[in-house]
Design a protein around this ligand. Structure first.
Ligand SMILES: Cc1cc2nc3c(=O)[nH]c(=O)nc-3n(C[C@H](O)[C@H](O)[C@H](O)COP(=O)(O)O)c2cc1C
Length: 209
């Protein structure tokens, strides 16, 4: 299938049938997420892959009563770090040195350039960190569709409850968006086979020649 067909096939699935997505497919979706672009390449997030059924039941009961939380095969929780430290930048620089070996001078200059992030005020920093997860989410939706796996981004959940259930603050993480992965259940899903609602191109795009 080509990309446009994949995107036309996918939709925000409202009812899933509990069938398991094969591990190999999950791994390819996760690989695509790991290849998502992020600002400066810092990937300031973690993706929790919740397979455990009791945990998903608990999330459904306390934080997000939407059917795909229970009906999915795997629940991805995109969680952003609530802060970035000197140590995170050092770790990132170590990765660059190992993979690209650009030399001390380049590394020292680049390390100085990216330090400006640490001076941002708390609100701006948190907003920037949260935004990064949405890019990874977009890639995940496309990768899932490419594997004929259904998904639905879910922002409608109780963040405090979910953070507590997954003990995220201990890791300086906070959940920003959820993505259940699984297979559509036409009987439980009123959205199945509904036409897409999209703006007309003329209202969405402006070509500046
Ligand atoms: C950031 C974000 C949050 C969303 N939150 C929810 C949600 O909580 N529950 C839900 O059923 N759909 C949710 N959606 C799905 C949208 O409603 C859906 O993508 C949109 O209506 C377009 O429809 P389509 O994805 O089927 O093409 C969310 C989508 C995005 C991108």
């Amino acid at each position: 299938m080509n990309l446009i067909e994949d995107l036309e096939w996918r939709y925000a699935c409202k009812g899933m049938n509990g069938r398991k997505v094969p591990q190999k497919i999950i791994e390819r979706i996760l690989k695509a997420i790991s290849l998502a672009p992020s600002s400066l390449g810092l990937q300031p997030y973690k993706i929790l892959v919740v397979e455990n059924e009791e945990l998903r039941e608990q999330i459904f009961e306390k934080a997000c009563p939407q059917q795909p939380i229970k009906g999915s095969s795997h629940l991805l929780v995109f969680a952003s770090y609530t802060q970035i430290s000197e140590m995170d930048l050092d770790d990132y620089m170590k990765l660059i040195e190992i993979k690209r070996n650009p030399g001390d001078e380049w590394c020292n200059n680049y390390r100085k350039r990216i330090s400006f992030f640490l001076d941002k005020n708390k609100n701006i920093m948190e907003s920037w960190l949260t935004h990064q997860t949405y890019i990874a989410l977009g890639i995940a939706c496309v990768a899932a569709a490419n594997e004929k796996v259904d998904s639905v981004p879910i922002e409608g959940f109780d963040k405090e409850e979910l953070n507590a259930i997954l003990d995220l603050p201990k890791q300086h993480l906070s959940a920003s968006i959820l993505l259940p992965l699984g297979y559509r259940d036409p009987e439980k899903d009123w959205m199945n086979n509904q036409p897409k609602i999209r703006k007309e191109d003329k209202d969405l795009f402006e070509i500046l020649k």
